[in-house]
Each structure stands twice: as C-alpha cells, then as structure tokens.
Design a binder for this molecule. Structure first.
Ligand code: SF4
Length: 161
C-alpha cells in the first residue's frame, strides 16, 4: 500500500488561480512552489471548493466580507463546512493524519488569521464543536512563487515535515 495517509486541505485557488477575482490573481494556474512542496512530501491535497465562484461566478467584482455576508452566501459556506468536516472525520477515523488547512489571508471568504473569512468562520466553528484541532495557516497577501514566497514556504515546511 503506497498511501502516505497524510492529507492537507487547501483553499481552492492555491491550486487554481483562475477562480480568483480577476485583478487579484497572482499566478497563471497553481501556486507552484506551495503545491510542489506538498507533492515532494507525499502529502495528499484536498482542494476545498471556491465559494465565491459558486455564488457569483467568474465575472464577480472584488467585494468586502460585509458585502458577501448574506443569507445565501452563508448557506453555501455552511454546506461546504459541514461537508468538509465530514471528510476530515472520515480521514481521522481511518488513521490518516490531517496536517491542517491553508487559507488565503485577507480573503473575505478564505482568510483564517485576523478577521476570518466566511467559509473559515463556519469551518472553524464546526471543528471547534467537534474538538478537532488542526494547524491553520494562511497564504500571505504578498505571496508569489519564487523569492517573495520563501518565508511562507519555510513556514509551510515546519508544518508538513
Ligand atoms: S473564495 Fe477562497 S478559494 Fe475562492 S478565490 Fe477567494 S480565496 Fe480563493
């Protein structure tokens, strides 16, 4: 059996910058350095859905958390959060190591540190309720692959190795 049994959850756009609000994309496709770090450590990558894409699609304009915080958008995020926690519980109950979640700092939806985004609020609330403790880190706002991203890759290494 070749499975490493080590999993990490990542915000959708870490693997696919094509869903990001147009002027804010920071790579053509994936954040290669982040993804390669995970691949090189034999870590399975669980890509969370992009709630903003589901709600408003590709032509959406940049919006604040307050603007997004409607019943409809909350409900999308609550459903994703419940689904995600069920996936995490299935891994844990089968002896897998869930290393943590990587969010996107200052996103109205996917930020973990500071003012939490709406998805992460919902997700972390359920994780707390279920008493599941995970490492939680954000890709910083100035992250780019290459030199600008080195500090974050070092932080990620300390989490995954
Ligand atoms: S909603 Fe989350 S996954 Fe989607 S583009 Fe924004 S930060 Fe990335």
């Amino acid at each position: 059996m070749e499975r490493s049994k080590r999993i990490i959850l990542v915000s959708h756009c870490i693997l696919n910058q094509n869903t990001v609000v147009q002027p804010l994309a920071r790579a053509k496709g994936a954040y290669k350095d982040i993804v390669m770090e995970l691949i090189n450590n034999d870590i399975g990558i669980h890509q969370l859905p992009c709630p903003e894409y589901r709600f408003l699609g590709l032509k959406r304009e940049p919006m604040t958390k307050e603007q997004y915080d409607t019943e409809g958008f909350r409900n999308i995020n609550k459903r994703i959060a419940v689904d995600t926690v069920n996936i995490i519980k299935e891994y844990i109950s089968n002896g897998y190591e869930v290393l943590g979640i990587i969010g996107i700092n200052e996103s109205p939806t996917c930020s973990i540190n500071g003012d939490k985004g709406i998805l992460m609020e919902e997700l972390i609330n359920i994780l707390r309720y279920e008493d599941i403790k995970l490492n939680l880190i954000d890709v910083p706002t100035d992250y780019h692959d290459g030199e600008k991203g080195e500090r974050f890759i070092a932080e990620l290494k300390s989490m995954v190795i």
